[in-house]
Ligand binder design. Structure first.
Ligand code: GLU
Length: 447
């Protein structure tokens, strides 16, 4: 059996996009599940549009995702290889140097053209079945500007041949390129790889996918606080599924379950909400220490210093924060809106905010809090957990009216209309701070 060799062959004319990740992932999975080889090949034959920064971005993104390659090539390092094959084709008579009439000033007067046999090419595509094209209309197409400057179609075919690529897995925008590549392949005496063209990825409204739909560079997702596991899980299911309703799938499971023959024909749909949902799932699985680092990195400086000084409180709020976000990027947004400050400093708020809608009398609200204080005092410091606090207060709150007890209590602790419940808050803050904040609220009510 020949060893399976796949490749991901991006042109560094743009950043690593979420759609390209799918191409890379499927190629990677197929190689891994067959104990094969996965090649990363940078296709920079277009000298004007290719940029080093894009190459770096692509490599960086793949590395972050864990899509490791076994071999790396850059087409601009390989001119000798292309030249050798160009010369061989010319010697064979399947290509020729063509004198051109320059149409514009500075245009070249010579290019290398492929001698098109002008026939119908039929190839099999794993996802789509047999596809036929009449290549006559292509004429004798150009394959190199000169011996040092091969064009894309030629370089791809030479490389797939030289690198012994057995399976070409790529976007379906390349389908129409395949027949001419096959002609070149045959002229080179190269074997034909197995082709699988992946369906397009569309926006939910079936329009062309764009940034507006949340489709970004992979490195941007990283900055927004998405996890590689979520991105991989998400892209894996755009165009393939393991044949059941499984939505959560790890890279190891994908290696086991992935099937090239199960790639869907129809377009896949990009759904940012699904990506967020997956990310939320994976965020919750992170070890607390790692999640803590991600959160801290997104705190504004003042808050970060406070969190670092109060590491005990910070370690307790990690789960609370995780509960409310889908991406770590949201932490920055909430932090800037003042959402977490009350964990580290006593809140300041107007007196009326303490009043429950059905309990507008400050002295009565103060009475409720006085009673809460008494109940809290009875709990031992070390047992100051959400459960014991709730048990201590619940009966009284039920009897006196839950809103009129729990609202001012929660407000006294957080100073915000929305926050975790007062039992969780109290346990995070600890007995001393909880009591101090409630006393402050009572003073404010009676003042
Ligand atoms: N460089 C080509 C692209 O980025 C690769 C196509 C292929 O995989 O053959 O579209």
């Amino acid at each position: 059996m020949t060893k399976v060799i796949t490749r991901f062959a991006p042109s560094p004319t743009g950043v690593l996009h979420i759609g390209s990740v799918r191409t890379a992932l499927y190629s990677w999975l197929y190689a891994r599940q067959n104990n094969g080889k996965f090649i990363l090949r940078i296709e920079d034959t277009d000298k004007e549009r290719s940029k080093k920064e894009y190459e770096d971005n692509i490599i960086d993104g793949l590395e972050w995702l864990g899509l490791t390659h076994d071999e790396f090539y850059r087409q601009s390092d390989r001119s000798d290889v292309y030249k050798r094959h160009l010369l061989a084709l010319i010697a064979d008579g399947t290509a020729y140097v063509s004198k051109e009439e320059p149409k514009e000033l500075g245009e070249r007067s010579e290019v290398i053209r492929f001698k098109n046999p002008n026939r119908v090419v039929t190839f099999h595509d794993v996802a789509r079945g047999d596809i036929s094209f009449d290549t006559t209309e292509l004429g004798d197409f150009v394959i190199a500007k000169d011996f040092e400057s091969p064009l894309y179609h030629f370089a791809v075919v030479v490389d797939d041949f030289e690198m012994r690529v057995t399976h070409v897995i790529r976007g379906d925008d390349a389908i129409s390129n395949t027949p001419r590549q096959i002609l070149i392949q045959e002229a080179l005496g190269a074997p034909r790889p197995v082709y699988t063209h992946l369906p397009m990825i569309l926006a939910p409204d079936k329009s062309k996918l764009s940034k507006r739909h949340g489709a970004l560079a992979v490195t941007e997702y990283r900055e927004e606080g998405y996890l590689p596991e979520a991105i991989l899980n998400f892209v894996a299911l755009m165009g393939w599924n393991p044949g059941n309703d499984k939505e959560i799938i790890s890279l190891d499971e994908m290696i086991m379950l992935f099937k090239l023959e199960k790639i869907q024909k129809g377009a896949a749909v990009f759904n940012i909400d699904k990506l967020k949902w997956l990310n939320k799932h994976y965020i919750k699985l992170l070890p607390a220490e790692k999640a803590g680092k991600e959160i801290l990195a997104r705190f504004p400086e003042m808050l970060r210093i406070k969190a670092e000084d109060n590491s005990e409180i910070f370690s307790k709020i990690i789960v609370v924060i995780l509960d409310h976000i889908s991406t770590f990027g949201e932490v920055r947004f909430f932090a800037e809106a003042g959402e977490y400050r009350y964990f580290f400093e006593d809140p300041i708020y107007p007196r009326e905010a303490l009043l429950w809608k059905d309990e507008q009398e400050p002295t009565r609200a103060a009475e409720k809090l006085e009673k809460v204080l008494v109940l809290l005092e009875e709990i031992d410091d070390v047992f100051f957990t959400p459960e014991t606090i709730k048990t201590a207060i619940w009966d009284y709150a039920t009897e006196a009216g839950r809103g009129s007890v729990l609202w001012p209590m929660r407000y006294a602790l957080s100073g915000r209309d929305k926050s975790p419940d007062p039992f969780i808050l109290s346990s995070i803050l600890g007995k001393e701070a909880t009591i101090r904040r409630i006393e402050n609220a009572i003073k404010l009510l009676l003042g």
